[in-house]
Design a protein around this ligand. Structure first.
Ligand SMILES: O=P(O)(O)OC[C@H]1O[C@H](OP(=O)(O)OP(=O)(O)O)[C@H](O)[C@@H]1O
Ligand SMILES: Nc1nc2[nH]cnc2c(=O)[nH]1
Length: 175
């Protein structure tokens, strides 16, 4: 499989992904019964995972979407990330952050810091992919889809330079 100038091979096929997505949703249905969770999906990468996950979440719940500014290479401190689009009041809410991937953990740890200051009752993470070998900031991922090797992946929402988000399978870069 070629995306732009690079070659990729299948890491996880859609059948494996959907089975795991259903299991994650089942665990959330069980744990959040009566808790009216607010899901917050992190754009762009999480759009496909969030859509599939939510089809199997059957408890009363809400979902919203935010985009997080990535680091600016020019900023030396580099650690201020801006939340774009969070309009809901998250005070006393039970939040479930939906991420496609936790790699270094930078994005998710900044989000946790921000959400903690806004008075949420509880915050948990559901992440389809996790690269344990890449972690720089350790965060507890309550609902994890797959632990994967420290290789660049694309597909199922994840991009290579903007491309490749629109595949059912997840691919890893062939070096
Ligand atoms: O654990 P980290 O090293 O912080 O990496 C994980 C983040 O990287 C990806 O987002 P990206 O910044 O590529 O934006 P995108 O979702 O819009 O593609 C992914 O969706 C996570 O949010
Ligand atoms: N597409 C993509 N985005 C990422 N963001 C953090 N890690 C990755 C990765 O492996 N692939």
């Amino acid at each position: 499989m070629k995306i732009k100038d690079k070659h990729f091979k299948v890491l996880l096929d859609y059948e494996q992904i959907s089975k795991r997505v259903m299991e994650l949703a089942a665990a959330i249905n069980h744990d959040y019964e009566g808790k009216n969770p607010l899901f917050i999906a992190i754009m762009n990468g999480a759009f496909m995972f969030a859509a599939d996950l939510m089809k199997h979440v059957h408890i009363p719940s809400e979902i919203t979407f935010i985009k997080v500014n990535s680091y600016q290479a020019t900023k030396s401190t580099g650690n201020v990330k801006e939340l774009i689009g969070l309009q809901e009041n998250i005070f006393k809410r039970n939040l479930i952050i939906i991420e496609d991937i936790v790699d270094t953990g930078n994005t998710i740890s900044h989000l946790l810091e921000d959400f903690n200051t806004l008075g949420a009752d509880s915050i948990e993470i559901v992440a389809l992919l996790h690269k344990p070998e890449a972690v720089k900031k350790k965060v507890a991922i309550k609902y994890q889809g797959f632990s994967i090797p420290n290789k660049f992946v694309v597909g199922y929402g994840l991009d290579y330079d903007g491309y490749g988000r629109n595949t059912r399978d997840i691919f890893e870069l062939l070096e």
